[in-house]
Design a protein around this ligand. Structure first.
Ligand code: TYD
Ligand code: MG
Length: 421
């Protein structure tokens, strides 16, 4: 049988039957490389697919591997499901490897670690820094996926960690490690391997500056779960968010603190009792992540603009939404901020995504402008619309209940005009 040659673009991964100097799909030059098509993809060798009656499918009693890092397990929905492939994304240096070592070292499960980024010495230093070590971890230093798979078969672990997807490659494909085609190809191989062997995989992927995981963004639909580790460099809090989870709740949040000895779980993040008077410009919001309610401090500062155009600056909150709220304040409360700089900061490096924090943001800004301190017991709940009305938010009752439970007073208004400053 004649082997067919296909031309694959090493940039975008599209396949062509004919070679050309320019890729028709992504317009890159000189990126088409010829590869021999796999024998099992050839039409002539198609066999009837295997099938199984659903009632005959056996499920293992012990489906999940529990680590002893409870914030990690709860974000995953109760531990790592055997045979699943999870993607952990995040900015370089945010603590992805540290978190995974924390998880690995909290158990004595057998783990294979494909260490394509760091030397065994570097890894050992990190592992011992974290504390108790798991003596059942095997480092695989080959970044070539096929040879790494052979080693995995010999080790027969429960969990494989790939650190990172941008540094592994499949030698049967011509492009360099980190290119879209390599990342996809390696992920497909891992998916097939995981499903057949029932070994779970955690794939670590770096998010690039543009906010895409170079590769991992393109993997989100392939894998069983997608988790992102977020945070601000100089603030110790780290947030683990599930974005997709085939085996558990999505949009769950886990909070950690980066310490000298790895991560510590912050189970009481956003739950603490409040009280007393806050400095002016500070208001407390109630936001939902997954099933939990978090109380988050929003800080605002307003200041007369001395040079031309007023500044609007926001950390942890969408700048467009901040501009919208400033416009609503000026219309509904007749507060003219056109010659005031407005700075907004969300405490502890947290990023607010829940629109029910609108009212708290408005209260913080108005409080800052009028120099009026708010009570730490007041929790502002509500989403603003352009007419200045306060709309009921998702899980409003859950938020009210949670606020009352910590002895706080939920502030629910009909419209911004009745804020009472
Ligand atoms: P790392 O896990 O290597 O990040 P990533 O894998 O996401 O690139 O973490 C890098 C940072 O974490 C580094 O600046 C050092 C810091 N760190 C601690 O603060 N405490 C620790 O116990 C460890 C292991 C790292
Ligand atoms: Mg790393």
């Amino acid at each position: 049988m004649k082997q067919k040659i296909v031309y694959v673009c090493s940039n975008c991964g599209n396949e062509f039957l004919k070679w050309s100097g320019k890729c028709d799909s992504c317009n890159s030059w000189n990126t088409l490389k010829g590869i021999k098509e796999d024998a099992d993809r050839s039409q002539n060798e198609v066999k009837a697919a295997d099938f199984i009656r659903i009632k005959d499918v056996k499920t293992a009693a012990n489906q999940r591997i529990k680590s002893n890092v409870s914030e990690f397990d709860s974000v995953l929905g109760g531990g790592i499901v055997r045979g699943s492939v999870l993607l952990l994304g995040g900015q370089p240096g945010i603590g992805k490897s540290t978190l995974i070592w924390q998880v690995v070292n909290s158990t004595d499960m057998k783990v294979a670690y494909i260490a394509a980024e760091e030397s065994p010495e570097q890894i050992k230093i990190r592992s011992s820094r974290i504390g108790k070590e798991n003596n059942n971890v095997y480092l695989i230093s080959s970044p070539e996926i096929n040879s790494a798979m052979m080693a995995i078969k010999k080790i027969s672990p429960e969990l494989v960690v790939v650190d990172s997807v941008q540094t592994i490659y499949d030698s049967s494909y011509p492009s360099i490690a980190g290119s879209i085609i390599q990342v996809k190809q390696c992920a497909m191989k891992i998916m097939n391997f995981a499903k057949r062997s029932n070994i779970a995989f955690i794939i670590i992927g770096h998010v690039t500056k543009e906010g895409e995981v170079a590769g991992p963004k393109t993997l989100e639909h392939l894998v069983d779960g997608v988790f992102y580790l977020e945070g601000v460099a100089d603030i110790p809090e780290r947030f683990l968010r599930s974005q997709k989870n085939r085996f558990g709740p999505s949009e769950e949040l886990g909070v950690f603190k980066m310490t000298q000895k790895g991560f510590s779980g912050e189970e009481d993040f956003g739950q603490k009792r409040l009280g007393g008077k806050l400095p002016s410009g500070i208001a407390v919001a109630a936001v939902n992540e997954g099933n939990r309610v978090y109380f988050i401090e929003v800080q605002a500062l307003t200041q007369k603009t001395y040079f031309g155009y007023p500044r609007r600056n926001s950390v942890g909150y969408d700048l467009n939404r901040l501009n919208m709220i400033i416009a609503i304040i000026s219309r509904s409360l007749k507060i003219d901020l056109s010659n005031h700089d407005v700075y907004l900061n969300v405490a502890q490096g947290y990023k607010i995504k829940d629109p029910s924090a609108d009212l708290a943001v408005a209260a913080a800004i108005v409080g800052a402008y009028k120099n009026k301190p708010l009570s730490g017991k007041s929790i502002y709940i509500g989403e603003l619309d352009l007419a200045g009305r306060v709309n009921e938010v998702i899980n409003q009752n859950q938020k009210i209940k949670a606020a009352k439970k910590i002895g706080a007073v939920p502030i629910i208004l009909k419209d911004l005009g009745s804020i009472g400053f």
